[in-house]
Write a protein of this length. Structure first.
Lengths: 708, 484
């Protein structure tokens, strides 16, 4: 009875020789043999198959090599079996590999890979058959086998991923080329091809007989045609293939490989469209061309600097609360320096910058008082490109002998007065690209002259606003309170110092000619309203601002509300009207009586000695919250028990939404001894058309009645 | 108490022991292979930041973000749709709306009558961009602007949309954009916070803003936005108490610092150092802030440029002027909010007022930065949290209508700081409802802003609660087409 397992072993042992023979035939026959397509499929299985022998052979070698494992029967058996299976699979893998190699592969790596693979296969078989010899004899061959296996893998990976794949992460990334030096092909197109195409189209793996790792080979094209045809998207294989739908077999890069990004796709397409030039700089392309616009984004427009960076500790030492010194971007040698804090400025601290005189590229001293500083220190910085000296109190002398900095690209002198000599001095700096001269006191002809003298410089003279006439904003009225007993101090002010404030107290609109000019605080002694406007030359007069003030008055008897206010706005009911407390400008403050559905109607009795001549009704207006002036004010008086209408008035209605405000309606009362007075206010029943709530009911809010 | 102290000591020893163990030779060798910067002596945070900074000089160094809170209508500002005027009162076709969700305010509306802009549009500048008549000053600087008409967002209500714009998430526990920049780039001027916030309010229907919008989230507290108030003290509690001299203040701070130092030695809590830094920063701000908020030295032409309101604290114009002063003093991120853009009704009237509040000063800021040579390095952004519907909310009238929230398409503009000037990017359909060309999601916008400042949005991360967070969450593409 033969053990089925040992039978399998012997079959496998015999198969080893079959693989050996087949591999020899393939190796020697090379391209002389033509193979059926079915074998090509096996060939393409190579990248999959190869993993099995690697693992199995390594397990075999380890189990047979280490004495502790080797001396254990079971482990030894596993080792032997692994080695046998591994050798068989190595044989199959070698054969598959040899078939695959007949496709578009060539080059040194392939050769090395092939032979190392063969040696691995033979070596594994050899060790399998001599495994029972003592350890000393097979130790060296076994270790050699392990090394050979590793090398085979390495060369194989070189074929698939490219020669430098393994060690690439250790090499520093290529220096970024500045935009000014970038070549269209070398620095824009080539990197895309390198990243997305070259792993299959290069020495050693020339799929479609196209190589992209070599310019002359690339220009030759591949087996299906030319790589690019200048300006022709359909004839150029490059654009033709990348344009195919992803499912198409011919689509490039192949479906399972990394695809082109939208940006890369656009760049390649516009490159072919624009003529597919292999020579020429990016900056020589027209700025508006699509290729330039796309490709230039890949580069920083920064110049490269050829000076050494300053040491980290130098930079650290120079940084204070009032001076920021930092690289223009991490790891750049170029430094920018900004000063802050006007009161903390020490002119001597500028000397510290000597330590970074090579590296200083941008210097900002805006608002620092520099009038005492000798500006010649700026000559010490050979690489200074941007200098900002806005509002630095520079004197005529300093500006007229301003250091001529040839390398300077941007200069800001806004807020310093330039004399004619200073202008001439600035005009000598012909290399300036940007010049900022706002608020420097130049007249139109000086501006024009300077523009002509510096034709290549963009000069910004800024905003002057000389001919622009704008409306002023209203002045501000400050008064401690609205209700007062003896007199009230009122102050007027305006944020712009040069304005004139005119006001009236008689209810008329203030004008710019006859109304009194405000010069000192006003004291008022009677109820009324102040109206004020601001005026200034070269400005349109402001809108008026008003404020009321009320002298507190008599306190009548038996105040009674004849109609009840809305439950939400009932304040202290009748008490409210004569409590001598002026409500805040907020209808929900609890100091206001609100009426909407019904008219407000209140009645109060006067004592014999009370003879008011004036009545004031203090109201709140806020159109946005539907609070309007009453449509009608009715005041009735009782004399000797007989009622008469004293006042019937329709106050001016609102015409637009305005800010919340307090208003005082005042009326003169006829002479006479009245026992009782009744006030009735009618809320607006239908809001006007211009209002968002047009047609809805409006409100009347009242907080006080003043009798004087 | 003794027990706690003992436990603390034990903890300290155990921690030391474990950290020594983990720093064994083998793990260190392995670590140095895996993390190349392990022995460079930088903190982990700095490492994370360095990785996010690319190797070229960023275009923008600072940002001024003019947030128009409440969502200004794109249809009355930058997205001109004559079809809406022609189809006044007709219903929005369902084929255009495509099931877009509605807010609770219009969900019950039976009809969606289209309504066109109340204001006229005209083309301006070399870019021939269309701008409505209520933005005359903006129209004058149009060749400095990059108008994006294809913004879209995910939120449909103010607070989530605002939070999304500012922090990259609709729920409010993440750091704000300015905090991320403060974290990534640090401060330019160490006497001022890197992130300042200024608020103003227009007369239009408004929505509140909350301090969570300028929160540092899980980042260090030093990255929080500092709000400048419009009162007499622009920064609250910055003044010394009455009769306290500077030297006394200095002495006090030194004492507190030495006590904090003791605490730090014992507990090693970085929050203690952060606190000491904050105190010191506040001390330096005591001189820096008055210098900056002083407008008395501004030339007369500045008042004409920004409008006379720029001298009235708390107005949008004053905030724009202050924003410029902070920015030129090295503040990385100045965030303005102008409230009152929520025109559900009364749009023709309110929107004109709102525009009047902001138009002149926004344009002035561009001109002002330009004339100082700062626009190239300062990114200015103007826009709201979403757009408004092309149909009317409520009763439709020729001179009075409203618009509801619309997240699918809206317009913003950017200027300076490496953004292409004088272009209009993106397109909406003729109804102004859907984007048909070059959509820009909020995350794309955020990625682009970070890119302009030289930050890779995918790499500026912070590990919190076991995962890495970033401003753009898990998406966002830099809009390369609008870069210079």
């Amino acid at each position: 009875m033969t053990n089925p397992l040992s039978k399998l072993n012997s079959i496998l042992e015999n198969l080893l020789f079959v693989w050996l023979g087949l591999s020899f035939i393939l190796l020697i026959g090379e391209k002389a043999i033509s193979l059926p397509p079915i074998l090509q499929v096996i060939g393409r299985g190579h990248p999959l198959l190869l993993h099995f022998p690697i693992t199995l052979i390594l397990i075999g070698v380890i189990f047979l090599l280490f004495p502790s494992l080797r001396n254990n029967e079971t482990f030894r058996d596993i080792g032997a079996k692994s080695l046998l299976w591994g050798s068989n699979l190595a044989g199959i893998t070698v054969i598959a590999g040899l078939i695959l190699a007949r496709e578009d592969y060539e080059g040194d790596s392939l050769l090395w890979h092939q032979w190392a693979g063969m040696v691995t296969f033979w070596g594994a078989s050899f060790i399998y058959f001599f495994q029972k010899r003592n350890l000393k004899q097979i130790a060296i061959p076994a270790v050699a086998l392990g090394i050979c296996l590793t090398l085979t893998g390495h060369w194989g990976a070189n074929i698939t991923h490219g020669e430098n794949y393994l060690l690439a992460p250790l090499n520093p990334p290529a220096e970024q080329v500045p935009l000014a030096e970038a070549e269209v092909f070398d620095h824009v197109i080539q990197p895309i091809l390198q990243a997305k195409c070259e792993s299959c189209h290069r020495e050693g793996k020339t799929k479609g007989e196209l190589r992209m790792d070599n310019l002359s080979e690339l220009k030759k094209g591949g087996k299906s045609g030319p790589f690019v045809v200048s300006g022709d998207l359909t004839q150029s294989l490059l654009t033709q293939r990348i344009n195919l739908p992803l499912e198409e077999e011919e689509h490039m890069p192949p479906k399972n490989k990394a695809q082109l990004t939208e940006e890369e796709f656009q760049i390649l397409t516009t490159w072919v469209e624009s003529g597919a030039n292999f020579e020429g700089k990016l900056v020589d392309l027209p700025q508006e061309s699509e290729l330039f616009q796309l490709a230039s984004l890949r580069f920083s427009s920064e110049d490269s600097y050829d000076f050494e960076p300053a040491s980290g500790s130098t930079i650290e030492d120079l940084n204070t609360y009032f001076r920021k010194v930092s690289p223009i971007y991490p790891e750049s040698p170029a430094l920018e320096v900004s000063y802050f804090g006007i009161s903390a400025f020490e002119p001597s601290s500028l000397k510290d910058l000597q330590k970074i005189k090579e590296q200083l590229v941008n210097l900002r001293l805006d608002k620092m008082p520099l009038s005492e500083v000798n500006l010649d220190f700026l000559n010490d910085f050979p690489n200074l490109r941007e200098l900002s000296l806005n509002f630095t109190e520079l004197t005529a002398g300093q500006l007229e002998s301003f250091p001529l900095l040839d390398q300077l690209e941007g200069l800001s002198l806004s807020g310093n007065s330039l004399t004619p000599d200073a202008i001439n001095r600035i005009a000598e700096m012909e290399n300036l690209q940007n010049l900022f001269l706002w608020n420097t006191g130049l007249n139109d002809s000086q501006k024009q002259q300077l523009s002509e003298q510096l034709p290549n410089t963009k000069i910004d003279f800024g905003f002057e606003g000389k001919d622009i006439i704008l409306p002023l904003n209203s002045p501000k009225i400050t008064q401690d309170r609205v209700l007062f007993s003896d007199s009230l101090r009122i102050e007027l002010s305006h944020p712009i110092q040069s304005t004139t404030i005119r006001f009236t107290l008689d209810g008329t609109e203030p004008d710019s000619i006859s109304s009194p000019v405000y010069s000192e605080p006003i004291y008022v002694k009677t109820s009324g309203k102040i109206r004020a406007k601001a005026f200034a030359p070269e400005w349109i007069g402001s809108e008026e601002i008003t404020s009321v003030f009320m002298k507190s008055g008599l306190k009548p008897q038996n105040v009674e509300l004849l109609t009840q206010p809305s439950p939400n706005y009932k304040a202290q009911l009748a008490e409210t009207l004569f409590d001598q407390i002026k409500g805040k400008n907020n209808h929900t403050s609890g100091e206001w009586l609100g009426y909407s559905d019904k008219a407000f109607e209140a009645e109060f009795s006067l004592e014999e000695n009370q003879h008011p001549t004036n009545i004031g009704i203090s109201l709140l207006y806020h159109e946005g919250a539907y609070i309007f002036p009453p449509v009608k004010v009715e005041i009735m008086g009782w004399r000797n028990g007989k009622a008469e209408t004293l006042i019937s008035d329709q106050p001016t209605q609102s015409e637009k939404i305005r800010e919340i405000r307090s208003e005082l309606l005042t009326y003169k009362l006829p002479d006479g001894n009245f026992e009782k007075i009744r006030v009735k206010l009618y809320p607006i029943q239908s809001l006007p058309k211009w209002h968002p709530g047009a047609g809805a009911k409006g409100w009347v809010f009242i907080d006080e009645i003043l009798l004087n | 108490m003794e027990k706690e102290l003992l436990e603390h000591g034990l903890n300290l020893n155990r921690r030391k022991f474990l950290s020594r163990l983990s720093l064994g030779l083998g793990s260190a060798a392995l670590g140095s292979l895996l993390i190349p910067d392990l022995f460079r002596g930088q903190s982990k945070e700095e490492d994370a930041i360095m990785v996010a900074l690319p190797h070229f000089a960023p275009k923008a160094k600072r940002v001024i973000y003019l947030f128009q809170n409440g969502a200004p209508s794109q249809l009355e500002s930058f997205d001109y749709k004559p079809l809406l005027q022609k189809s006044y009162g007709q219903d929005l076709p369902e084929s255009i709306r495509m099931g877009q969700r509605l807010t609770g305010m219009t969900a019950d509306q039976e009809r969606f009558p289209l309504v066109g802009s109340y204001y006229d549009f005209q083309q301006y500048g070399e870019s021939r961009a269309w701008i409505s008549s209520i933005f005359p000053y903006t129209a004058k600087v149009v060749d400095d602007l990059c108008i994006i008409k294809s913004m879209h967002t995910e939120a449909i209500n103010h607070d989530p949309a605002l939070t999304f714009f500012q922090t990259g998430a609709q729920v409010g526990n993440r750091p704000s954009m300015g905090s991320w920049l403060s974290y990534g780039l640090g401060s330019e001027n160490s006497n001022l916070p890197a992130f300042c916030v200024l608020l103003s309010r227009g007369k239009g229907n408004g929505q509140g803003v909350y301090s969570k919008l300028w929160s540092n989230g899980f980042l260090d507290a030093t990255h929080q936005g500092v709000q400048f108030s419009n009162s007499e003290d622009p920064v609250l509690y910055l003044r010394d108490p009455h009769s306290m001299s500077r030297s006394e203040r200095r002495k006090m701070l030194d004492q507190i610092a030495s006590m904090n130092e003791l605490n730090f030695q014992e507990f090693n809590d970085p929050a203690i150092t952060a606190k000491v830094q904050q105190y010191e920063m506040a001390y330096r701000m005591q001189t820096a802030v008055p210098e900056i908020t002083d407008v008395s030295k501004e030339p007369d032409s500045i008042v004409k440029l920004y409008g006379p309101d720029c001298l009235v604290p708390g107005t949008y114009a004053a905030n724009c002027l202050l924003a410029r002063k902070l920015s030129e003093s090295g503040v990385r991120f100045v965030q303005l909010y102008h409230q009152g853009w929520d025109q559900h009704g009364n749009l023709p009237n309110e929107m004109a007022q709102q525009a009047k509040d902001v138009d002149q000063a926004s344009a002035a800021l561009i001109t002002d930065l330009k004339q100082r040579g700062l626009l190239d390095e300062t990114l200015v952004i103007w826009g709201g949290e979403f757009g408004r519907t092309n149909y009317c909310q409520g009763k439709i009238q020729v001179d009075n209508y409203g618009r509801d929230h619309h997240p699918r398409a809206f317009s913003i503009w950017m200027a300076g700081g490496g953004v292409k000037p004088g272009i209009v990017y993106g397109k909406t359909d003729e109804f102004g409802y859907n984007i048909i060309e070059n959509p820009v999601h909020v995350h794309d916008f955020q990625a682009t802003v970070l890119h302009l400042l030289g930050i890779d949005h995918e790499r500026l991360t912070f590990k919190h609660l076991g995962r890495r967070y970033r401003l753009t969450d898990v998406s966002g593409h830099v809009v390369k087409d609008i870069l210079v």
